[in-house]
Design a protein around this ligand. Structure first.
Ligand SMILES: Nc1ncnc2c1ncn2[C@@H]1O[C@H](COP(=O)(O)OP(=O)(O)OP(=O)(O)O)[C@@H](O)[C@H]1O
Length: 254
């Protein structure tokens, strides 16, 4: 397979919080329209690595990143990179649903308003399409003007996903998006993610091994700031190369 097939290529990524090295030279590439799960014990650097992919770590003081990360062949750490545009192309969903204290409609239309969209009909269409893709349209279509905070946690998370979808990202990063949710809400989000991968590249941090094995195409196992191995999810879960991966997957630590 040639390099051009990858949507994201990261090489020798080191990240320091002050002097503490949280990523120790991670090289990892992502194929378009696949779901990749990042797994590993608490503190191994999964979330830190995820945040390097849309430069969310820039917002944390005293962070240094070295190495290269390319999106569609372009170095995202180049001084020329517009980070606002980058974060639209590479959207992010967090562990705790974080809707703004606005209506459901305004949450989803947020990015469109910021970018100056004036065409109300077009905006209505995008809001509906995004809520449909996020599998929450039927729940909210009769109350779009109600506060997003009045929804259940699972519905709020799906509205947050719709908010990301509305600005047409290529890549969606999710940091333990279901860990604060009940099993039924989690299942809805999992099946939605599997549908979304027809259009988007998805990278998800999860502590839930069943979730990783149910929904991901590839799995990357991190340990203490290193990428230990990455491969087809089925292979990682049934026949990993590294002993550490096997120990983690079989619940011997973590
Ligand atoms: N803002 C920060 N400032 C300083 N150190 C941090 C910061 N965020 C994370 N770290 C440290 O970096 C290391 C990696 O943390 P990270 O949150 O990326 O791990 P993780 O694998 O996502 O863990 P978890 O599964 O618990 O979320 C940890 O030692 C953590 O304490």
């Amino acid at each position: 397979m040639t390099e051009q097939n990858f949507i994201i290529e990261s090489k020798d990524v080191h990240l320091y919080y002050g002097k503490k090295e949280a990523l120790k030279g991670v090289s990892l590439d992502f194929m378009p329209k696949e779901i990749t799960a990042l797994i590993g014990p608490s503190g191994c650097g999964k979330s830190t690595y995820l945040r390097t992919l849309n430069r969310m770590n820039d917002l944390i003081p005293d962070v240094t990143v070295t190495g290269t990360i390319k999106l569609n062949g372009k170095d995202i750490y180049s001084p020329k990179m517009d980070t606002v545009a980058l974060r639209k192309e590479v959207g992010m969903v967090f562990q705790q649903p974080n809707p703004f204290p606005f209506s459901i409609y305004d949450n989803v239309a947020y990015g469109l308003n910021i970018s100056g969209m004036k065409d109300k009909q077009k905006m209505d269409e995008i809001v509906e399409k995004s809520l449909r893709r996020a599998a929450v349209w039927d729940d909210v279509k009769d109350k779009l003007n109600k506060s997003a905070l009045s929804l259940s946690g699972g519905q709020q998370q799906r509205v947050c996903i719709a908010r990301v979808l509305a600005v047409e990202p290529e890549v969606i990063l999710l940091d333990e998006p279901t860990s604060a949710l009940d099993p039924i809400s989690s299942a809805k989000i999992e099946s939605m993610l599997v549908e979304l991968k027809e259009r988007y590249t998805i990278v998800i941090v999860t502590h839930n091994m069943q979730q990783a094995s149910r929904i991901s195409d590839k799995t990357a196992f991190f340990l203490q700031g290193d990428l230990i191995e990455m491969g087809q999810t089925r292979k990682i879960f049934t026949n990993p190369k590294e002993q550490a991966t096997e120990d983690y997957i079989s619940g011997r630590f973590g």
